[in-house]
Design a protein around this ligand. Structure first.
Ligand SMILES: *Cc1c(COP(=O)(O)O)cnc(C)c1O
Length: 374
């Protein structure tokens, strides 16, 4: 599927205008003119490419300014820019745990975390989704390992549920493990000020390593790791994806700074996002559709069977709603789904339009399987 227009609640796909219901542009910033104009001004001043990695000659004033802004936004001592969330996880995790160490990783963690764990050469213990008893068991069993790292998505990307961060925090503290949270889907979205899951749960200062992306709710590109100064300095000197890769173009940093300005100045975008989320979820429930354990702007509509999910996805698109089917092995067997996401830029009419389509397909029998199973 090629999206032929700019980002927005309605996009052009294969020549047709469809309602976008699967983007991570949660606050509607990807197409915001302030980001575009900040990027253009930066291009005029710095040109486009950065020319080298950060530790050679690829650090511009905008890279440093953005790092200061992220640290201030997150309320941490320090922050480090990464080229993407994928690069952050594959670079940071192997810096935090290596041979002889142990990593505890939730079974529904994102692929970039899984790959980071593999690269680390640490012993990886995958615990059942949010199973805190199992986490404690593994922590006891690995008491004699070197370093122990617990890593979790803050918001799980296929189900939209939240990690039990307070419990993970106390377990990490009690057993001397390091806790790392991936706030890719929480940055700009969760917490009173959009700072992420740590703010949402009131755990400021208690999660030593927080990473997040600038490519989702912030509508830009790149990612960050935020934490204490010594943690960030250590990662800066160890993370291979940071050291051995060309840095972000300065214009991308300028767009991210503009996005942070908006996130801080316009809390109403977040309020609008949650309003849309409630309207959509309640509408789906009223139709009799299941949304699993979703607690966020990621709302899976569980179908069950893969073929059924595929035909529901195709029928939605025919009806002008763009939200694809997600099948095993990306999700568990028998839990194929339409993965929807709402954005602050959706109007009530947009949400209602999507609900009308889901309602029509439901009455045509597309979701019968999921209602029975989930
Ligand atoms: C999207 C995502 C990433 C990767 O971030 P990018 O900046 O897109 O590379 C990492 N972790 C999670 C949980 C994600 O959803």
């Amino acid at each position: 599927m090629v999206v032929e227009s700019g980002q927005g609640p309605w996009v052009t796909v294969e020549g047709r205008k469809v309602l976008l219901l699967c983007s991570n542009d949660y606050l509607g910033l990807a197409g915001h003119p302030a980001l575009a104009s900040a990027a253009c001004s930066a291009v005029e001043r710095f040109g486009f490419g950065s020319g080298a990695s950060r530790l050679i000659s690829g650090t511009s004033p905008l890279h440093e300014e953005l790092e200061r802004r992220i640290a201030a936004f997150k309320g941490t001592e320090s922050a480090l820019l990464c080229n993407s969330g994928y690069a952050a996880n594959t670079g940071m995790i192997p810096s935090l745990a290596g041979a002889g160490d142990a990593i505890l990783s939730d079974s529904l963690n994102h692929a970039s975390i899984i790959d980071g764990c593999r690269l680390s050469r640490a012993q990886v213990h995958v615990y059942a989704h949010k199973d805190m008893e199992q986490v404690e068991k593994i922590l006891k069993k690995t008491a004699r390992a070197g370093r122990r790292l617990i890593v979790t998505d803050g918001v799980f990307s296929m189900d939209g549920d939240l990690a039990p961060l307070p419990e993970l925090c106390s377990l990490a503290e009690k057993h001397g493990a390091v806790l790392m949270v991936d706030d890719a889907h929480a940055t700009g979205v969760l917490g009173g000020n959009g700072k992420g899951t740590v703010e949402h749960f009131g755990l400021q200062g208690k999660v030593p390593v927080q990473m997040g992306t600038l490519g989702k709710a912030l509508g830009s590109f790149g990612a960050y790791v935020a934490g204490d100064g010594d943690v960030v300095a250590y990662l800066l000197n160890r993370s291979r994806s940071f050291i051995f890769s060309t840095s972000l173009p300065p214009a991308v940093c300028a767009a991210s700074i503009a996005a942070l300005d908006i996130v801080e100045a316009e809390p109403e975008r977040r309020a609008r996002l949650w309003h849309n989320r409630e309207r959509f979820v309640q509408g789906l429930h009223a139709i009799g559709l299941r949304t699993g354990d979703s607690e966020s702007s990621i709302i899976p509509v569980i179908v069950g069977d893969s073929e059924a999910a595929l035909s529901a996805g195709a029928a939605l698109f025919e009806g002008g709603v763009f939200a694809p089917a997600i099948r095993p092995p990306t999700v568990a067997d028998g839990s194929a789904r339409i993965r929807t996401t709402v954005m602050a830029s959706h109007s009530d009419e947009d949400i209602d339009e999507a609900l009308r389509m889901f309602s029509r397909l439901k009455s045509e029998g597309y979701f019968t399987d999921g209602s029975a199973r989930s």
